[in-house]
Ligand binder design. Structure first.
Ligand code: MLC
Ligand code: AMP
Length: 485
């Protein structure tokens, strides 16, 4: 069977990972991650079990994520900014055998039993008989990534090594991503974009990654100077374009990589044009979901195509389906994107019903995204079926999860949450609240969500209204709600 990270099985002195001033060469990474895997095994953690990783953007965390993969365990990366309730949910739902963190002393009380990630200098020289065999492209779970739906708490999408490898190979082909490439990204390490594409993609092709733990345009631009590729969400491109307007250094840095890639949300055509006007360089867009990995992408050899996410990647089957369930085959007609292929996930952890509901007959995964396709097969994402899913800063957020938290506040009688267009975030979370008695302080409601769920799920605005608009059946008509003033 082929290996998941072939270069780690024949490691050399090429730099694999760089975070700040620290670097790890492939030979050092192989030793550290191999030591981690042997240590897990010595602790009795068996292949197939789940291990939580407190996903700070540092080198030890990257080693743990790679080491878990080598050990055959599934990583459950935990967003370090998760609020109490969401953290408890993810832990109760994923039941990790253990949780690892760079600094366990800094964790919330719920994680008091977490273990420290082995420091690089402590990584043992692993005896041949203790070393786990190199990780193959097998069907065992590699990752459990938590992702929001329209209702309820986030679900754990189980991704096998095979689906990840299939997707990364298709992307490597589309982007001509190879061992000479140097990728830079500042994405969080608990989602597909930063972890699967950014980290595992780099290691699968044997290339180099510079991870910038905190996105700030000047610092990011510094890192870009050595890059051949850049991955970012539209909010980051928006902020880079703002910075480029002020700074010739940022403009110059953005010209360096051969490929600027955007994904996780739509990059508006206006932003494409702005970056092109400022730098002379365009942005290549790609489209995907946690559950399917990346489905479409503009290829490196075809130049940026503003407004389009490209054609389906190798191995991906895609069809557009109308409301009656009929396949749309007229060019430029809108339908929901249904997808099939080797990169599609194995299901939601412990939720056979939710998994079954996500698929139509014949194994088609229903994405919920609306798109058109041109005569030559190029896809344009035009919207989403549900107003209850919000993409803000590239994070997917369910309106329902926020509404449930706000309803617990004694000053909230009714609430409706929606995403409204936002130049910077793509969509901005806005809550319309019918107060019970005197309206609570907006900050109290915002903090309630940030503390229970996650900071990126907090409403950016609270609007108090007298009543929610409802139809004759009593259903809230969110489309009628728009921020006033
Ligand atoms: C502010 N903060 C609060 C707060 N108000 N914290 C708690 N309570 C409050 N009331 C804090 C935050 O914690 C944070 O702290 C700081 O204020 C700024 O927070 P923010 O305003 O939310 O961050 P922002 O600057 O808007 O972040 C922008 C961003 C981020 C682009 C950096 O949105 C991001 O990283 N996006 C990437 C999302 C992504 O990777 N998606 C991929 C999904 S996979 P502090 O300390 O941090 O400053 C997928 C599939 C695919 O979609 O196709 O790829
Ligand atoms: P997630 O659950 O975080 O993986 O988010 C997946 C969703 O992100 C998709 O269903 C789309 O709505 C959105 N998305 C990802 N990439 C793009 C893109 N290039 N253009 C528009 N939407 C995108």
């Amino acid at each position: 069977m082929p290996l998941l990270f072939p270069r780690l099985a024949r490691p050399d002195a090429r730099v694999a990972l760089r975070v700040g001033d620290e670097t790890l060469r492939y030979d050092e990474l192989a030793r550290a991650a191999g030591g981690h895997a042997a240590w897990l095994r010595a602790r009795g953690v068996s292949p197939g079990e789940r291990v939580g990783v407190w996903a700070e953007g540092d080198l030890p965390t990257l080693v743990a994520l790679v080491g878990n993969a080598l050990a055959g365990v599934a990583s459950v990366p935990l967003n370090p900014k998760l609020g109490e309730r969401e953290l408890a949910h993810v832990l109760d739902d994923s039941t990790p055998a253990l949780v690892l963190a760079t600094d366990p002393a800094a964790l919330p009380p719920r994680l008091s039993g977490a273990l420290p990630i082995m420091r690089r200098e402590d990584a043992p020289i692993v005896r041949r008989e203790d070393a786990p065999p190199p990780r193959e492209v097998d069907d065992a779970p590699l990752l459990v990534l938590y992702t929001s739906g329209t209702t309820g708490a986030p679900k754990g999408a189980v991704l096998s090594a095979r689906s990840v490898a299939a997707n990364l190979d298709a992307l490597a082909e589309a982007w001509r991503w190879g061992a000479d490439d140097e990728l830079v990204h500042a994405l969080p390490l608990f989602h597909v974009h930063g972890l699967v594409l950014g980290v595992f993609g780099t290691l699968r092709v044997g290339a180099g990654l510079t991870h910038v733990p905190r996105f700030e345009p000047p610092r990011f631009a510094d890192a870009l100077r050595q890059a051949t590729m850049c991955f970012a969400v539209p909010t980051m491109y928006h902020r880079l374009a703002d910075a480029a307007e002020e700074s010739s250094e940022v403009r110059e840095a953005l010209r360096r990589p051969r490929l600027l890639v955007s994904g996780s949300a739509a990059l508006p055509e206006r932003e494409h044009r702005r970056i092109e006007a400022l730098t002379g360089r365009g942005v290549h867009e790609r489209y995907g979901l946690t559950e399917t990995l990346i489905l479409c992408g503009v290829r490196a050899d075809e130049g940026p195509r503003p407004g389009e996410v490209g054609a389906p990647l190798a191995g991906v089957e895609l069809q557009l389906v109308d409301e009656t369930g009929a396949v749309v085959d007229e060019p430029d007609q809108i339908g929901e994107v249904w997808a099939r292929g080797p990169s599609v996930f194995s299901g939601y952890l412990g939720r056979p019903e939710a998994t079954a509901a996500a698929f139509a007959a014949d194994g088609w995964f229903r994405t919920g995204d609306l798109a058109t396709r041109s005569r030559d097969g190029r896809v344009r994402i035009v919207g989403r079926k549900s107003t209850d899913l919000i993409k803000s800063g590239g994070f997917k957020i369910g309106a329902g999860e926020i509404e449930s938290v706000l309803l617990e506040h004694p000053g909230v009688a009714e609430v409706a949450v929606l995403g409204v267009p936002d130049e910077d975030l793509g969509e901005r979370i806005v809550a319309f609240v019918v107060p019970r008695g005197a309206p609570p302080a907006p900050e109290a409601l915002i903090d309630l969500v940030a503390k229970a769920l996650a900071a990126h799920k907090r409403p950016r605005e609270i609007h108090f209204i007298d009543a929610l608009p409802r139809n004759a059946m009593g259903k809230v008509q969110k489309a009628k709600l728009r921020p006033q003033g």
